[in-house]
Design a protein around this ligand. Structure first.
Ligand code: PGA
Length: 245
């Protein structure tokens, strides 16, 4: 089955570097058996869209505004992203929750705006090390799901995606290491079941956190893992190509 592999470039590249990497991916990734999504920063999006258009690679964004338009200095609307050819939008990433104080109410509004504009939200959820250590992972995840998905309705299973990213496993964090793929599979099973109870639809659940070319296959072959959200490794040309093929 087709997996979804999402490159989250975060704020790691300059415009020139982003363009170069997008061009290199476009040339190297000829036929993809998986859905490969590239999420550059806002500024690079407009330049990268036309490059990806000629390929099978898909354009994604790392965030969108809560509102559709108006006096919201510095914000970028889901409708503007849509007009640039964006298909997916990452929402509620733990870095935004931490550094920009995004809470579930804000994330919920962003999901609604993305859906209204026919973008596919990739809702990120994940526990911190403290919750993991106190055995509260599942109750924490359920709480995040319930709050972020409050009042959300989708007609098709493909309209929304969840990305499970245990915060302690994200490579930019101290002592980060990937979760065991079998352990992740078990949590994905839980997330799928709970999302189905909330949305009445079974949606894809991606894993994110220190994935590399050497562990990607082990995650991708797990029954409940529909794909990967890749940070650090998505910036490395040959490594990411290996992960997508
Ligand atoms: P990582 O990041 O692959 O570098 O751990 C994942 C993410 O933050 O989306």
């Amino acid at each position: 089955m087709k997996k979804i592999i999402v490159a989250n470039w975060k704020m790691q590249l300059g415009i020139k570097e982003s363009l170069l990497l997008a061009k290199q991916f476009s040339q190297k990734i000829k036929s993809v058996k998986n859905e490969v999504v590239i999420c550059p920063d806002y500024l690079a999006l407009a330049f990268i869209g036309p490059i990806l258009k000629k390929t099978k690679l898909i354009l994604g964004a790392q965030d969108c505004a809560q509102e559709n338009s108006g006096a919201y200095t510095g914000e970028v609307s889901a409708s503007n992203l849509k007009s640039l050819g964006v298909k997916y939008v990452i929402l509620g990433h733990s870095e935004r929750r931490e550094h920009l104080h995004e809470n579930s109410a804000i994330i919920n509004k962003k999901i609604k705006s993305a859906l209204e504009n026919k973008l596919i939200p990739i809702l990120c959820i994940g526990e911190k090390l403290t919750e993991k250590q106190s055995g509260e992972t599942k109750s924490y995840l359920l709480d995040e799901l319930r709050r972020a998905l409050k009042g959300i309705k989708i007609k098709n299973t493909t309209e929304l995606i969840i990305a499970y990213e245990p915060i302690w496993a994200i490579s930019s964090n101290k002592n980060a290491k990937a979760m065991l793929p079998t352990e992740a599979n078990e949590i994905h099973d839980f997330i799928k079941a709970q999302t189905k109870r909330i949305l009445n639809k079974e949606v894809a659940v991606l894993y994110g956190g220190s994935t590399t070319a050497s562990n990607a296959q082990e995650f991708l072959t797990q029954e409940n893992i529909s794909g990967l959200l890749v940070g650090g490794a998505s910036l490395k040309l040959s490594e990411f190509i290996k992960m997508t093929s």
